[in-house]
Structures are given as C-alpha cells and as structure tokens.
Design a protein around this ligand. Structure first.
Ligand SMILES: Cc1cc2nc3c(=O)[nH]c(=O)nc-3n(C[C@H](O)[C@H](O)[C@H](O)COP(=O)(O)O)c2cc1C
Length: 167
C-alpha cells in the first residue's frame, strides 16, 4: 500500500492550501505516498494512482486554478479515483449540513466520475487579496471556519476507500 496520491489545490488566499496539506498528511499516515501541490504547478497527473483536488469558492465558482486543473487533466483524471473538496462558507454552515458542490463543479464531477465531494468551511483574514475581501473583513464577516478534525476524518475515509481498492 504505497500508492501515489496527489492532493492538488487552487487557492487565492492560502486556506485551501492548508486543508490540502492536512489531507496529504493523513494519507501519508495511512501508508500512502501523498503530496500536496498547487494545481497550477502540476504538469501531469499520470504519475499518480489517485487524485484529491480542492478549491476555494469565489462568487459561486471554484477557484480558477482548480477549475483549470480539472479541465486540463480531464482525460487522465477520469481514469483515476478522484475526490474533490471545496473551501467556502465564512460561517458555521459547513459543519451543520452537507453543502453541495457549486454547479460548475457538479458538472465536472459527473463528467469525471468523481467518487465524492465535501465542502469545508473557509477562512478569510486580514491581508486577503481584493476589494470585496477587504469589504467583507471591514464588515466583521471574516474568520476561520475550517474544522481540521472534520478534514482529517474525511481524509481517513478517502484513505479507507483507496486501501479497499488496493491503490
Ligand atoms: C471575494 C470573495 C468571494 C467569495 N465568495 C464565496 C462564495 O460564493 N461562496 C462561499 O461559500 N464562500 C465564498 N467566499 C469565501 C471563500 O471561499 C473562503 O474565504 C475560502 O476559504 C477561500 O479559499 P482560499 O483562501 O484558499 O483562497 C468568498 C470570499 C471572497 C474573498
């Protein structure tokens, strides 16, 4: 059980990168060879046996590097076990109910036959890029709503499914 797993992430303000690192760390603990990489830095997914891809949500869309990753590597992703996650709401809702993928991501999931998707809470903190981000922060609506215990639990579920398939 030394399957190679890529955890690719599209991030604008860093919070999805930290989630991806946490997922990769759990996969390594479970015996896989996992690495977390920015989605835009991945030249090919063919060296990997399975892929987890994550993106922040911006104005109802998956972050652009994450979107491009699915488009660019679609053919090879469709042939590998694939899980997706989103990092989004700046409130506690992700811990209270399942938040479905944004519509564009749902279409990609169907096209690529992805095994699963989960939405984790997001984070927005001082220094985030963009005028809208600054406005949200000014209105006191920033914060860190990521639940790392839940993130690790999900990563263990992915590891279990991969192990069952002998990846
Ligand atoms: C301009 C802007 C738009 C956002 N739009 C959404 C949205 O439509 N839905 C959502 O759930 N979260 C939205 N968020 C929250 C982000 O998804 C959250 O901050 C996420 O963790 C960002 O990921 P990143 O730090 O990896 O870029 C928005 C944040 C900003 C700054």
């Amino acid at each position: 059980m030394t399957g190679k797993v890529l955890v690719a992430y599209g991030t604008t303000n860093g919070s999805t990168a930290e989630i991806a690192e946490a997922v990769a760390a759990v996969l390594r603990k479970e015996g896989f060879t996992a690495e977390a990489l920015p989605a835009g830095d991945v030249a090919r997914v063919t060296p990997y046996d399975a892929v987890v891809a994550g993106g922040g949500i911006y104005a109802g869309r998956w972050q652009k590097d994450a979107r491009r990753f699915l488009r660019r590597h679609g053919k090879d992703l469709a042939r590998r076990p694939l899980w997706l996650f989103s990092s989004g709401p700046l409130d506690a809702s992700a811990g209270e109910r399942d938040i479905p993928p944004v519509p564009g991501l749902k279409r990609a999931m169907d096209r690529l036959d992805a095994r699963g998707h989960i939405t984790f809470g997001g984070r927005l903190q001082e220094g985030a890029k963009g005028a809208i981000a600054r406005m949200i922060l000014k209105n006191g609506k920033g914060g860190d709503f990521r639940d790392f215990a839940r993130i690790e639990e999900w990563a263990r579920e992915v590891a279990e499914e991969l192990a069952a398939e002998k990846v």
